[in-house]
Design a protein around this ligand. Structure first.
Ligand SMILES: NC(=O)c1ccc[n+]([C@@H]2O[C@H](COP(=O)([O-])OP(=O)(O)OC[C@H]3O[C@@H](n4cnc5c(N)ncnc54)[C@H](OP(=O)(O)O)[C@@H]3O)[C@@H](O)[C@H]2O)c1
Length: 378
């Protein structure tokens, strides 16, 4: 329900995109509202509910009929008091404070790394299981970094009701989308080396970036200078190297996330990964070109069959009509699409494949993956 479409304004419109409440508005102030029909589920908190991922959390919780007995919607002081419709009720957004987590079982965080670093440990201390979308804890030893279709074992034993809090990290969105497709092939033939080139959408940089792309597009078409608040350069009708900070080794942080997180998720410190991450003026959903080198041979027909049977994967690979995955086709969808499945001619025998992958990174790359993790906590 709260899905962000390719053409929507974000910050200004994110509440109006939710359905109008059909029943009398239910107000949430300092206490949590009890949803009458779901009295046995966990108590939830959504941190960063006004953002791109936060809005998608509400949509995914609804779509998957996630059971909960209460829900608390949290954001910054700026949003406190605003009204959000969710499941035909109107909720009031509360300011995130240290007291926000009293009595919370599961806290879904998507308010940026510094907020996670400050409030994640507080929530855990109060007994909540935190599923964090930021990069704050991903590489911390002992913190499971989980894609449910790939490495559910990493969070084994962590359950609501176990008597203590815990932290689980959601991987980087590009990493999730890449590994959804690469892992079934890796299980079959073991990936030795992976070369990834990304084409990343505005939504990956949050609600304000989506708004800026839309605004700039209008401005450029009207012959006006583009407003550059979120990105330092013109985004509409352009593309550029990912805006993450560039490190001493020449890679940017987004690229190094792909390298490090893949090793942790696959529990394989030897896999060689390199990435080039690019922002493209697409509103929503990332695309990635992935080149794989295998230890064992894997021909393209077998690879196609493996992918067709892989959970969460949709194969779109129609050579005769030149129809392959696009960001538009996967927007607001759960599945990650894979196509352009072909033998890499530059590698000997059947030891190399090229694939092209598209996935909605606000959904499978963030909110959906986190809610799937939350489902495994029940
Ligand atoms: N966008 C994606 O595709 C994606 C994918 C994977 C992971 N992530 C991660 O998810 C997080 C959120 O991303 P986003 O794209 O949803 O960003 P966003 O659209 O900019 O939303 C940020 C959210 O954080 C809240 N926030 C900011 N400062 C706060 C504070 N001091 N206290 C409480 N809440 C505060 C904002 O509330 P206000 O509205 O009140 O400012 C808003 O709800 C980031 O860590 C990002 O790296 C994003």
């Amino acid at each position: 329900m709260a899905a962000l479409s390719q053409s929507h304004h974000l910050h200004s419109n994110c509440f109006s995109r939710l359905p109008t409440p059909k029943s009398k508005p239910l107000r949430l102030s300092s206490t949590r509202v009890r949803m009458s029909l779901q009295e046995t589920g966990p108590s939830l908190a959504v941190v960063g509910v006004t953002g791109a991922v936060g809005q998608e959390f509400l949509s995914v919780l609804s779509d998957r009929d996630f059971p909960f007995r209460s829900i608390k919607l949290l954001a910054s002081k700026r949003s406190a008091g605003k009204s959000v419709s969710f499941q035909n009720h109107s909720f009031t957004v509360e300011e995130l404070t240290a007291d926000s987590f009293n009595g919370i079982d599961i806290a879904l965080f998507s308010a940026g790394g510094s907020i996670s670093k400050e409030f994640g440990p507080i929530a855990v201390e109060k007994g909540a299981i935190v599923v964090d979308n930021s990069s704050a804890f991903r590489m911390v030893e002992g913190v499971p970094l989980v894609i449910p279709e790939v490495n559910p074992d990493a969070m084994e034993g962590i359950k609501v009701g176990m008597g203590r809090g815990a932290l689980i990290a959601n991987p980087n969105c590009s990493t999730i989308i890449c590994l959804m497709a690469a892992t079934p092939l890796h299980r079959h033939a073991k990936v030795k080396r992976m070369v990834v080139s990304t084409y990343q959408a505005a939504s990956g940089a949050g609600a304000a970036a989506m708004h800026e792309l839309e605004l700039q597009t209008r401005e450029v078409l009207e012959g006006k200078p583009p407003t550059c608040n979120i990105f330092k350069q013109q985004y509409a009708f352009n593309l550029f190297s990912h805006n993450a900070p560039v490190l001493e080794n020449g890679y940017n942080e987004e690229e190094m996330k792909m390298v490090k997180e893949t090793r942790k998720i696959w529990n394989d410190m030897d896999v060689k990964v390199t990435a080039t991450c690019i922002r493209v003026p697409v509103m929503r959903a990332h695309a990635e070109s992935v080149n794989l080198q295998f230890e064992k041979p894997l021909d393209e027909d077998t690879a196609r069959e493996i992918l067709k049977n892989a959970p969460g994967i949709v194969v779109i690979d129609d050579r005769s009509s030149n129809h392959f995955p696009t960001p538009l086709e996967v927007s607001n969808k759960d599945g990650v699409a894979v196509g352009r499945i072909r033998r890499d001619l530059s590698q000997d025998g059947n030891h190399g494949l090229d694939i092209f992958v598209c996935g909605d990174q606000v959904r499978k790359g963030a909110a959906l993956n986190a809610v799937q993790i939350a489902e495994m906590l029940l």
